[in-house]
Design a protein around this ligand. Sequence first.
Ligand code: CMP
Length: 138
Amino acid sequence: MDRTFSIIKPDATKRNLTGAINKIIEDNDIKIIAQKRIKLSKEKAEGFYDVHKDKPFFSDLIEYMTSGPVVIQILTSDNAVKKYRDVMGSTNPENADEGTIRKAYGLNIQENSVHGSDSEENAKKEIEYFFNEEEIVG
Ligand code: CMP
């Protein structure tokens, strides 16, 4: 089983959608093997999104990601990175397919309800950025 890293973002926690999003995840045969509800500090959010630091949307992104609680998760399934990206749908909810999380709940390209790792290498890094191995019960 492979692992991927997920964030349920502030737009979704504000609208009480954690359970609804987890249901879509689980209905797609993906297991949630670790989960924490936290408030990201500015420093932690900036470190996480470091690859985007030169993008025009970076400061808005950090403000948004620190604007309320997030739920960070480790997910497992066969081919977890790709599978969860398919379940999330396109970054821009306007382009997301029916049945995906972002189609159902995303508000716009920034407030798109969920994050998922984009490669196995990044999944490993992102999991290590937020979780200790003893917090994971596989
Ligand atoms: P995520 O998959 O977490 O990766 C980077 C995040 O930046 C993305 O989801 C969105 O929340 C946000 N984002 C990506 N592209 C844009 C954009 N063009 N304008 C504003 N926010 C964006």
